[in-house]
Design a protein around this ligand. Structure first.
Ligand code: DGT
Ligand code: CA
Ligand code: ZN
Length: 577
C-alpha cells in the first residue's frame, strides 16, 4: 500500500467520523495526517520500517500504528469496523459538490435518507427546504450537484435524456436542408432509462456535410467522438452521448424502424420477414435479396409484412408482432384521455404550493378534479397530518370547492402502510376521506415474502382505493420492495383496488412490464403525478408514456373517468362495506 492509498483511507475515516458525529478533533487529526503523508517524499513503507514515522509532527502513536497496520497488511481493522457501522451509500454522497459530512449526517438522521437517489427525490418532494441549515436554495444546489455527478454514469433517466435531446432535435428539424428528423432508440420507445440519444435525419446528398457540421458544432455539444460521412457521435455537456445518422429520404422510414428497435423487436421482425421470403436489414426491406421495396413511412413497412402499425412504445418483442398480425394492437391511452389528477401534496404536508394553488393549476391544465393526498401522521419528516389537521384540511377544501364551477377537489390521503400491513389512520378517519391511497415509505428492505404479505394485508382494508407506488423504488437509486407483483395484481382484482402508476420520472412505479397483466385481470391503473408543487403536475405525461408501454387503453385508467363517474366509483366501494 503506497502513501496515496493510505491517505485516501485516512480521508475517508475523517468523513466517516464526521458523519457519525464523533469528536471533531479526531476527524481533523485524520485529515491532517492524510495531508502530511501525501506531502512526504520518502516512501511510506520506509518511514514505517525505519520508525521515522513516529518523528513526524501531527502523527501520534495511535495514527502511526494504524499506518503500520495498513502498510504491513493492506487492511485496517478500525477502518473496516467504522465503515460497517453506517450505510456505505452515505459515503457516496460526499461526491455531491457542497454536500459535506454534516449535511449527510443531518439528512440521514432526520429524514432517513441513505442514497443519492433518495436524496434527489427528497429534494424534488421539497423535504429539505425546512431542515435546519438547509432551505430552498440549498435544495436547488444539491439537485444541480446530483445532476453533475450523474454525468458519465451508464444510463440516464428518461426525462433527463429527453431534455438533453430536445434542443438538438428541434434545431435539426428546423434546419431548412433537413427533410425529416426523428429521435429513435429507447427514447422513442419511452423506456424509463436511456443509455444514449439516437437521432436520424434525411437530406439531399449534397447537404450531408453541412448538416454534420451543424450537428457537431451545436452549443449543447461538449466533445466530438466520431465524425464520419453519414454518422457522427458526440458527448453532450449534460454527459450523455448522442449519435446522428444522415440518409436520403427514401431510406428514412426503414432506418427509423431499425434505430427505434428494440434490438429484440428487430430480430423478431427479421424472423417474420424471412418466413415471408423477404429480408430486412439496416438498409431497407428487400424482395429476392436485393430488390428494394419502397417504404415512405414505417406503416408501409409493417403493411408489406402483413402487419398493422406498431406504436414505438410496444416494440419490445412482447407479443406486439403477433398482435399486429391479428389486428389487435390496442388503442393506447393518450394524455387527453385523462380527466383528473389524483395523489398530489400541498403545504399541509410536504408540498411547496397551497391546496388552492395546486387545484387552480390543475383546473387550468384542463382537468376536472384534483385529488389532494397529503401524508398521514406517521410520516413526521414530511409533516404528515394528525386526525385534527385532517379535519382542518377538509374544512379548507369545502371552502375552496364553493368557489369552483365544473371542477372539484377530492379529499384524499396518502396513508402510510405500517410494517404489519395495517394503515396509519383509524377507520373513522379513513372514512372521512373521499378516497384513500395507501403507500409504503418505510422499511423497504423486507424479505420478498414479508413485503408481499404487508401489501396484501393493506389491500384488504376496505377503505383502500389505490395502492400508491407499489414497490417504493427510485429508478437507479433504490430497489424498493421486492414484491410478487402477480399476487399483488390478483389481490387488486379481488379486493377492487386500483394500482398507481406513479408518474414521477424518478419512480414510474408500477413498472410497465406488469401493466399488461393488470389489464388482463381488469385491474384499473391510476396515473398519478405525486406532485409536490405546481410544476410536478407536468409529470403526468411520463406516466402516460409508461402506461402506453404497458399496453393500457383509456378503459384501463382510473383517472380517465369523468368526475361524476369516479365519485360514484369511490362511493360504490364504501357502500358495499
Ligand atoms: P439504450 O440502451 O437505452 O440506448 O437502448 P436502445 O434501444 O436505444 O439501444 P441502442 O442505442 O444500443 O441501439 C439503437 C437501436 O439500434 C436499437 O434499439 C435497435 C438497433 N440495434 C442495436 N443493436 C442491434 C442488434 O444487435 N440487432 C438489431 N437487429 N438491431 C440493433
Ligand atoms: Ca440508444
Ligand atoms: Zn408516497
Amino acid at each position: 500500500m503506497d502513501k496515496t492509498q493510505v491517505a485516501a483511507i485516512f480521508e475517508e475515516i475523517a468523513v466517516l467520523l464526521e458523519i457519525k458525529g464523533e469528536n471533531p478533533f479526531k476527524s481533523r487529526a485524520y485529515e491532517r495526517a492524510a495531508r502530511t503523508i501525501l506531502s512526504r517524499s520518502t516512501d511510506i513503507k520506509e518511514l514505517v520500517e525505519t520508525g521515522k514515522i513516529h518523528e513526524i509532527k501531527g502523527i501520534g502513536t495511535a495514527l502511526a500504528e494504524k499506518i503500520g497496520e495498513l502498510v504491513a497488511t493492506g487492511r485496517l481493522t478500525y477502518y473496516d469496523k467504522l465503515k460497517a457501522s453506517i450505510p456505505g451509500s452515505l459515503l457516496e454522497m460526499t461526491a455531491i459538490p457542497g454536500f459535506g459530512p454534516k449535511k449527510i449526517k443531518m439528512v440521514y438522521e432526520v429524514l432517513g435518507i441513505r442514497t443519492i437517489g433518495e436524496l434527489e427525490v427528497a429534494c424534488k418532494e421539497n423535504r429539505l427546504a425546512d431542515l435546519a441549515g438547509f432551505g430552498a436554495k440549498t435544495q436547488e444546489r444539491i439537485l444541480r450537484g446530483i445532476e453533475f455527478i450523474k454525468k458519465g454514469k451508464e444510463r440516464f433517466l428518461y426525462h433527463h435524456a429527453e431534455e438533453a435531446a430536445k434542443p438538438l432535435f428541434e434545431a435539426l428539424s428546423n434546419h431548412p436542408k433537413v427533410i425529416r428528423a426523428e429521435v429513435c432508440g429507447s427514447l422513442r420507445r419511452k423506456k424509463e432509462t436511456v443509455k444514449d440519444i439516437d437521432i436520424i435525419a434525411s437530406t439531399r446528398e449534397e447537404d450531408v456535410p453541412q448538416i454534420m457540421e451543424f450537428f457537431t458544432t451545436r452549443p449543447e455539444v461538449d466533445t466530438i467522438t466520431a465524425r464520419g460521412s453519414t454518422k457522427s457521435s458526440v458527448v453532450l455537456k449534460r454527459g450523455i452521448n448522442a449519435d446522428l445518422r444522415i440518409m436520403p429520404d427514401d431510406k428514412f422510414a426503414t432506418i427509423l424502424h431499425h434505430f427505434t428497435g428494440s434490438a429484440e423487436h428487430n430480430t423478431a421482425m427479421r424472423g417474420l420477414a424471412k418466413k415471408l421470403k423477404l429480408k430486412i436489414s439496416e438498409y431497407g426491406l428487400f424482395r429476392n435479396d436485393d430488390e428494394l421495396i419502397p417504404c415512405k413511412e414505417e406503416a408501409d413497412m409493417f403493411a408489406a409484412l402483413g402487419l398493422a402499425y406498431i406504436p414505438p412504445e410496444l416494440r419490445e418483442d412482447n407479443d406486439e408482432i403477433e398482435a399486429a398480425a391479428e389486428n389487435r394492437i390496442p388503442n393506447l391511452v393518450e394524455g387527453s384521455d385523462i380527466q383528473g389528477i389524483l395523489h398530489c401534496h400541498s403545504t399541509f404536508s410536504d408540498g411547496a404550493n397551497t391546496i388552492e394553488e395546486m387545484a387552480v393549476a390543475t383546473k387550468e391544465l384542463g382537468y376536472e378534479y384534483f385529488g389532494l393526498c397529503d401524508h398521514s401522521q406517521i410520516v413526521v419528516y414530511a409533516r404528515g397530518l394528525t386526525p385534527e389537521q385532517v379535519k382542518e384540511q377538509h374544512a379548507r377544501v369545502d371552502e375552496l370547492n364553493q368557489k369552483f364551477d365544473g371542477f372539484k377537489i377530492l379529499k384524499g390521503t396518502e396513508c402510510d402502510i405500517l410494517n404489519d400491513g395495517t394503515l396509519d389512520y383509524a377507520d373513522d378517519v379513513l372514512n372521512s376521506f373521499d378516497f384513500v391511497v395507501a403507500s409504503v415509505h418505510t422499511n423497504l428492505n423486507m424479505s420478498p415474502e414479508d413485503a408481499t404479505n404487508r401489501i396484501l394485508k393493506a389491500m384488504q382494508n376496505p377503505y383502500v382505493n389505490i395502492l400508491g407506488h407499489p414497490t417504493g423504488r427510485i429508478l437507479m437509486g433504490r430497489q424498493g420492495l421486492l414484491l410478487d407483483m402477480h399476487r399483488i395484481i390478483d389481490a387488486a382484482a379481488e379486493f377492487n383496488v386500483a394500482i398507481e402508476l406513479n408518474a414521477s420520472p424518478y419512480r414510474l412505479d408500477i413498472d410497465w412490464r406488469y401493466c399488461k397483466y393488470a389489464k388482463e385481470r381488469d385491474v384499473l391503473i391510476s396515473i398519478n403525478p405525486d406532485a409536490h408543487s405546481v410544476s410536478g403536475l407536468q409529470d403526468m405525461r411520463y406516466g402516460v408514456g409508461i402506461a402506453r408501454k404497458g399496453w393500457l387503453e383509456k378503459e384501463n385508467i382510473l383517472n380517465a373517468m369523468s368526475l361524476e363517474k369516479i365519485e360514484s366509483y369511490f362511493k360504490m366501494k364504501r357502500n358495499k362495506m
